[in-house]
Design a protein around this ligand. Structure first.
Ligand code: SF4
Length: 624
């Protein structure tokens, strides 16, 4: 119930399709979505293989609640070994692909091997075919979507695809669905590209049943009401999308600028939600079963970028192609966003790497000869647009940057200190010097430096509800103070578990973590009434701990050590240069203390390795 009980196994080397049954026990032990991905990777990924070799596997898994009307339950988790970090990676995406896969009768797809020629996967209920994609290879994401809908004569088919960046194995290429929605982080697009898998097109005519329809409806409707009831938030998400917070962040010195040299940029309003809404937004959109619907469409009517259109821009775009490279040029940003989407590039990594190159250029560590004639002075938007194209097609200096941050940070003299990444993944737009819990969450994220492993919005104490949660979880009023080290290890662990539950059930964080309206108790209740498997918030927490430990074990197998759970040197050694947060930097000693406190809370030793008794408690001692 709510779980279709089968996954597809696609072997691209053998060009073979198999359907495999998943048991109810599997569901109880690993939930769905992220849990499926972690379990398959844990059991089946051969250690130390090259991420872009046929030995790598990639898993597309729906959440347990996918296809139901539980709030925002349409997220899909993509899991694989990342070519950007050489470690475990999960990347999630909204849109409508996940419910459609459920309607076709599957909880997920596991793809192994590699095809000798470009192919796409066509799924229509029981019909599953590997088809030739020679005519799609080289096409961008928008074209691919259009051609597939046309040739399959189905406007409603859900397409997941890669663009030129994925085909060209750019280490931070994304997988796109609904054209503009991205499973962006960790280079999952390159893994698809290495398998010559251009796209998956799915259409299902079935439905998802739940175990206790009456009870489920009651809980789901109540959860939806709770989210809607937070009126101010509801309004801001709907009208301004994620970019609503840019101006606020900038005023607080929280808008990473010039590759994290500072946190403030003049005229940030030009890349903020209100300004973009007034001038460019043409409509609203949302993922399947969403309550908040934070998506917006835009179009540029005049000027050099007239005709440019896409979904967004998201907060990350507004920083990655804004402050990070020192510009507030709105129309450039909208065009850069469009190009990145249709080329299938991860905007956080692309913006982060370009900003890194710009800082090297500023410092004289990179010259115009190195860049092939591109002037990489701060804010040179023309060069950035050219570079985005060159990265996607691996041309000239673009081919150098396409290799990812780890590869290039050692390439130019004394440049590693300016690489603002963790485990090789460029950080998303939060400066760790401004918030201890984010600093820790970024450092221990198994896929690298970003906020989507533990999103601790409540630590800012924006609402009385947030303050209450921060106090309860951390055991102290200090929990709601971003610069206090007190209680931050428990805050990170608690939010890791909610993130994990949200990803596994397929529910968008904006409904669980940002508002805390869809609480762990509600998630447990939704799971129980949908599947018929008894679930409580405590049990959910326990299962999530199992998933988190499996992710950790995969990384340890790949060679991860405590020294990888850290921050870029700049966070410890350099003060923020200007703006409202001027002068802040982090104490490395205090950070290491909070890191060890975090390990202890998880039942890991001082080197971050899960202890035997921890694994026994989670049923993982013999690799179960
Ligand atoms: S809030 Fe935004 S990202 Fe989340 S499900 Fe809704 S539309 Fe998708």
């Amino acid at each position: 119930m709510s779980f279709m009980g089968r996954i597809l196994r696609i072997d691209l080397t053998e060009q073979k399709v198999e359907k495999e049954t998943l048991s109810r026990d599997f569901l109880e032990n690993y939930l769905g979505g992220r849990g499926i991905g972690a379990k398959v990777l844990f059991d089946e990924l051969p250690p130390k293989i090259a991420p872009l070799s046929p030995e790598n596997i990639i898993i597309f898994a729906t959440g347990t609640l996918g296809g139901t009307f539980a709030p925002a339950s349409s997220r899909l988790t993509v899991t694989s070994k990342s070519p950007e970090t050489n470690l475990y990676c999960k990347s999630t995406v909204g849109g409508h692909f996940s419910p459609e896969l459920k309607f076709a009768g599957y909880d997920g797809i596991v793809v192994s091997g590699a095809s000798p020629k470009p192919v796409y996967l066509y799924i229509k209920d029981d019909l599953v075919e590997i088809r030739d994609a020679g005519h799609l290879w080289g096409k961008d994401v928008r074209e691919t979507d259009r051609i597939l809908k046309q040739e399959l004569e189905d406007d409603r088919i859900s397409v997941l695809s890669i663009g030129p960046a994925g085909e060209n194995l750019v280490k931070y290429s994304a997988i796109m669905t609904n054209i503009y929605r991205a499973a962006s982080r960790g280079g999952m697009g390159a893994v698809m590209g290495s398998k010559k898998l251009k796209a998956i097109a799915v259409r299902g005519t079935g439905s998802v049943k739940v175990a206790s329809p009456g009870e489920f409806a009651k809980v789901a409707l109540k959860a939806r009401e709770l989210v809607k009831d937070d009126k101010d938030r509801f309004f801001r998400y709907f009208f301004f999308g994620t970019q609503r917070g840019i101006v606020w962040a900038n005023e607080a010195g929280f808008n990473p600028t010039r590759n994290f040299q500072t946190g403030y940029i003049k005229d940030a309003y030009r890349i903020g939600g209100e300004y973009v809404r007034e001038k460019y937004i043409t409509g609203e959109t949302g993922c399947g079963s969403c309550v908040l619907c934070c998506g917006t469409f835009y179009k540029v009517d005049k000027g050099p970028f007239a005709g440019s259109h896409s979904e967004g821009p998201e907060w990350e775009t507004c920083n990655s192609y804004g402050g990070r490279i020192n510009t507030t040029n709105t129309e450039f940003l909208l065009r850069a966003n469009e190009l990145s989407n249709i080329y299938g590039l991860d905007i956080s990594s692309a913006g982060g790497i370009i900003a890194f190159a710009m800082e090297l250029y500023e410092k004289g560590l990179l010259t115009i000869e190195d860049t092939g004639g591109l002037d990489l002075s701060w804010g040179n938007t023309e060069s950035v647009l050219e570079l985005i194209r060159k990265i996607a097609y691996r041309e000239g200096f673009g081919a150098v940057l396409a290799e990812g941050l780890s590869s290039i940070s050692g390439r130019f003299n004394n440049s590693a200190g300016y690489a603002m990444g963790i485990k090789g993944l460029p950080m998303t737009s939060v400066d760790p010097r401004l918030t201890i819990s984010y600093a820790l969450a970024f450092a221990v994220n198994p896929r690298g430096g970003d906020h989507l492993h533990s999103e601790i919005i409540c630590q800012f104490g924006a609402t009385p509800e947030h303050v209450k949660i921060a106090q309860k979880v951390s055991g102290s009023p200090e929990g709601a103070k971003p610069l206090s080290f007190v209680g931050k290890a428990s805050m990170v662990k608690y939010h890791e578990q909610i993130c994990c539950a949200s990803d596994s059930l397929g529910v968008c964080f904006f409904h669980t973590l940002s508002s805390h309206r869809v609480s762990p108790e509600i998630l447990a209740s939704l799971f129980e009434t949908a599947t018929g498997i008894p679930m409580s918030a405590d049990k959910l927490q326990h299962v999530c701990e199992r998933i988190l430990n499996m992710e950790r074990l995969v990384n340890i197998r790949e060679g991860l050590t405590k020294k990888d759970d850290t921050l870029p040197r700049r966070a410890f050694e350099e003060e923020i240069q200007s703006g409202p947060s001027k002068g802040l930097k982090l104490s490395e000693e205090a950070f290491n203390r909070v890191l060890e406190e975090y390990y202890e809370l998880h039942g890991w030793d001082l080197n971050g390795i899960p202890k035997k008794e921890t694994l026994a408690k989670l049923g993982l001692e013999a690799g179960n």
